[in-house]
Design a protein around this ligand. Sequence first.
Ligand SMILES: Cc1ncc(COP(=O)(O)O)c(C=O)c1O
Length: 387
Amino acid sequence: MSALLGVYDRDLVLVRGKGSRLFAEDGRAFLDFAAGIGVNGLGYGDAKVLAAIRKQAGHLIHASNLFHTEPASLLADRLASLAFPSRVFFCNSGTEAWEAALKFARKIGRAAGRTEFLCFERAFHGRTLGALSTTWNPKYREPFEPLVPGVRFLPWGDLGAVAAAINDKTAAVMLEPVQGEGGVRPATAEFLRGLRELTHERGALLALDEVQCGLGRTGKLFAYEHAGITPDLLTLAKPLGGGLPMGAVLVADAFASAIAVGDHGSTFGGNPVAAAASLAVLDRLAASGFVPGVARRAKTLRAGLKKLQKKHAAIAEVRGLGLMIGVEFKGEAGPVLKGLRERGVLATKAGDRVLRLLPPLVVKAAEVREFLAALDAVLEGGAGAAP
Ligand SMILES: Cc1ncc(COP(=O)(O)O)c(C=O)c1O
């Protein structure tokens, strides 16, 4: 329909959003359980985010990183105070944040000869060459090899494998606390705690990618809080900018002095309008009751899905954390997605058999019920069944 390069398979033309609803060019309305792949945590048209964007756009849209701007400085302080004592680097996307984390891990480890990365099967960290090197799926990786050397993939959840692989060349152990694209697979709290102990003992960094699972989605502000640990490097992106491009890497204070002027950069990173939007997003997320509300709504959705699992043999498993949920089918998830779309519901997939649900964090209980009724009807029709 246009000169767009064909790297995406898409057809729907969207023109407007409100709350958890999206509206198409042809007038159709959709309940959105994809939320722009986890970006639209506050749904569409949040008044505080909109006001912050309008106000900052009237003052200064771009300044470059040759100068300070107030929104970026305030945002760095806010993130460090919400997460852990750290210094913050801003960029514009998830893959850029992970790319920066890889560089920072190498720079921190270099003096001790630590330049290698331990990653996990089914990991997804982005599409640029560095991030792709730590992304597991051969379909994404192989057409672009040779990639960055020094990366090993270990079985997910296998602490023994990490203990055997970690050595004095390991710069960092790197993972998503909840794998997203790889099928919505939460790390157990024991696994995360084990990795934290192991990396401490063996002198490697622990880098967590919360680009998709961070900022309230799992029912805690940061997913690592479920395990009672903090990482050395943390990446954030998707929901941070309230829909504007914004990514961040937090480098724990203990390691920040290894990064010096000129080690990394980004022309647009920390853009003042995106930073102002991010501050408004964090105000909403940090308001008392917001994140516990996410956990409550997640419980309702999970309970409803478990009921559907009892009713429909097509559902093999329901898993996830908070409002990041994977429903694995015995057959293909594609027909389920198609059936939902026909009933006015948008969702996304994570692999061939997993329906991935990432509703806006502000989804209402009635909308959760509406989603469950639509899924029930789609499964009645036989979608998702074993081949
Ligand atoms: C965990 C994780 N890391 C990194 C990325 C890459 O983010 P972006 O698409 O903004 O580059 C994604 C995107 O889905 C992701 O889920």
